[in-house]
Ligand binder design. Sequence first.
Ligand SMILES: [Zn+2]
Ligand SMILES: [Zn+2]
Length: 396
Amino acid sequence: MIGRATSEVATPAEAGTFMQHDHDHHDHHAAHVAGADESAAPRKPKQEQEDASIEVSEVAPGVVRTQLPISMPGLGHVNCYVLEDERGIAVVDPGLPGEDSWGHLVDRLARAGYVVDDVHTVVITHSHPDHFGGAMRLHHETGAEIVTHETFRTIFDTSDLDDHEDSEELDVNSADDRNAAMERYFAKPSPWGGRRAGPSPEFMERMRKAGGSAGSIFATPRPTQPLVDGQTIKLARREWVAMHTPGHTYDHLCLYDPEFGVVLTGDHVLPSITPHISGLTPQADPLAQFFDSLRRMAAMADVSIALPAHGHPFEDLGGRAEHIIEHHEERLDVIRDARADLPNGTVADFMRVLFKERSWGEMAESETYAHLEHLRELGELQRHVDDGFARYIPIG
Ligand SMILES: [Zn+2]
Ligand SMILES: [Zn+2]
């Protein structure tokens, strides 16, 4: 038995805000893709927004789709896939932190015919809280392995975002250190000079109070089986190939089963919304990485089914990946066209061209920054810093 979770644990909505989770943003992108039609007709909910069903269904040999509720803007559920073998089960993306989500996970496992003790492995596709929430508790209760890409890193692990001298020793699972790390992180301006939204003082107070047992039960995961690209892992009685797919996050992992043509796509490729691309990464050009990762999906032969972390399983993985590439190419063209009117524009200036007003804010700035930096890497823009703000000048 492990300690009791307190009611002071962060709510998903709050966690989403400070962890730069992206999904409220998806909706905007969906609207962008939908174009003018969307304002005329009442908007049809996207499949990623559907409430979590209690149904469990086999979607590939030995793979059962279950859905856990999440209350994040633009998303109604996260798919937690259950992969069965002779040792028990592996679960992929076991939902949000917190007692509520845990209860739903236990319920869905029961509906699929399993108990928590059957779980021998937890796979986490990437470092967002709706994907890793239940992982450490499963690890504590059953000794389950925690499988991630080797670069798995959450916002709490700030050692390379942060030059604080103690960062090496930072214990990401101590509530005090976590709060300190977050406060330092949000105290710094963004790389382009914008203010970080950061958590509210009320939220920080709740985190402070939560501390102890709640902090450790739903701690940020420590992988026990970090994978590199191309490495294989046996799940559901067959080998899966790890694919490092940076873009949505740097640490994003997809798994490919060549035997049946099944791909676990996480948030990398979703059926009807496009994932947020954050400019707040240590990498120079996250959008270029996302394009590369999408091209890998588009080039895959013999895919019979893609299993996304949100929304319904779908067949045309290549077509969907190409569509997302086109979407971002169009966004780059919007910036190219705006350069003449914004010859010395800031990230916020370009954001207002790229996004509708209801989406303006730190996340939109962050994605705009990623697009601007991509054009800079391509040699189409030059960046200089003026009074603390990055400004972009067209080249040629
Ligand atoms: Zn995500
Ligand atoms: Zn997600």
